[in-house]
Design a protein around this ligand. Structure first.
Ligand code: SOE
Length: 384
């Protein structure tokens, strides 16, 4: 695994996050590409990466590189994933996989034919207690699943002066809060329960139809600290928040609330899954504990402690109990699974990470949610 060489494409919020996590598992980050030569040079220098690429074509031609991480704005994911696979490189792409299901469907087919590893960075799956939750559901500890509810809420886009490329439909896609953070939640609960969302009924809201775009680019989450000078008005067509009713393939009911405008909630994913025997509640802002609800005995609060976890939970917990693991660790654990899979070389083995099929399913979900919102009715989700 340590002889694999990787290139990072994108030097914004995610590029450095991926680089740091990769280094923690001993992967050689050999090169980086930013939006232009100046950004590539700056990122390579600040992260200590040997190669600063001049162009995307240079990455594709670089025979030293076996894996490409795509951490660019969403509109580039499809083209880059396609060209990287065609160039014989394994791909780990940021979510959402593409701008629409036509693109993501094509990528699924291409990934299958390529015989290469192709993953989507649904990193939140890899919090130890979320893996433990999956294990508990699979072992039947919750019984039949009756309901799945929760939310993903942030506050970094609360004011009309908050701006980033993610708010523009042409850069990020037709839905924003749903695609950017809602898909993490949807991926999380479907991965834990093994269920699929089959129908949705959505009501979305654009709180700020006009935002003030600073002249010059603004990094994700940086609006709170960055001094903005001149701005221009920009029309926004992507939702700031919204609610979605969900129907799962076993008949379970659910709902999801997403918001990027909830004051004080910095990056908060919560789920509650209830079954015929037990229920589970988890909050990403206190990720090292999970509540286990019972009817006939006292409830439990399970702490992340390898000594208390199943083998599955332990496989993504690197530190002893009381030594908290969080957001950056979820990238590390996700990449560890991805690179172990590559190093093992058996590409017919079950994939222990979110695949392009999973990424495609999330986009089909986004499209069904958007359609449901526009038409004001329940919409069935195409199962890709
Ligand atoms: C911004 O909303 C963002 O960085 C998402 O794009 C990430 O996927 C999420 O992990 C944190 O918030």
């Amino acid at each position: 695994m340590n002889n694999i060489k990787t290139a990072i494409i994108g030097a914004g919020f995610m590029g450095p996050a991926h680089t740091e996590a990769l280094r923690r598992i001993g992967i050689n980050v050999a090169g980086i590409l930013g939006v232009d030569e100046a950004e590539s040079n700056k990122a390579a220098a600040s992260l200590g990466i040997p190669k600063a690429y001049k162009s995307w074509e240079a990455v594709l031609k670089d025979t030293d590189i076996q894996v490409v991480h795509i951490t660019t704005p969403n509109k580039l994911h499809y083209r880059m994933a396609k060209e990287a696979l065609n160039a014989g490189k394994h791909v780990l792409c940021e979510k959402p996989l593409a701008m629409n299901s036509k693109e993501s469907g094509e990528l699924v087919e291409l990934a299958k034919k390529s015989g290469l590893a192709a993953g989507v960075n649904y990193n939140m799956r890899f919090y130890p207690l979320c893996v433990e939750a999956k294990n508990m559901v699979a072992a039947g500890q919750l019984g039949d699943i009756y309901s799945i509810v929760g939310s993903y809420v942030q506050d970094w886009l609360l004011f009309p002066t908050d701006y980033n490329w993610r708010v523009l439909a042409e850069e990020g896609g037709a839905t924003r809060a749903i695609a950017d953070i809602g898909t993490h939640w949807l991926d999380m609960v479907q991965n834990i329960t093994g269920l699929k969302v089959v129908a949705v009924c959505a009501d979305l809201k654009i709180v700020h139809p006009i935002r003030k775009r600073p002249k010059g680019e603004v990094e994700t989450f940086s609006g709170k600290v960055q001094q903005i000078q001149a701005t221009e008005d920009v029309k926004i067509t992507t939702e700031d928040c919204g609610t979605v009713l969900l129907r799962f393939n076993n008949g379970a009911k659910g709902n999801l609330w997403v918001s990027q405008i909830t004051a004080g909630r910095k990056n908060c994913l919560r789920f509650e899954i209830s079954g015929s025997k037990k229920a589970l509640y988890w909050n990403s802002e206190t990720p090292n504990e999970i509540w286990v609800g019972a009817r006939e005995k006292a409830n439990d609060l399970l702490l992340k402690d390898p000594g208390l976890l199943s083998e599955a939970g332990r496989s993504v917990a690197s530190y002893p109990g009381g030594h908290n693991e969080g957001y950056p660790d979820s990238f590390k654990q996700c990449f560890k699974k991805f690179y172990t899979y590559i190093a093992t070389g058996d590409f017919n083995a079950p994939k222990p990470f979110a695949t392009f099929e999973d990424g495609h399913h999330e986009i089909l979900l986004c499209e069904a949610i958007h359609k449901s919102h526009l038409e004001g009715k329940w919409v069935e989700v195409i199962q890709g």
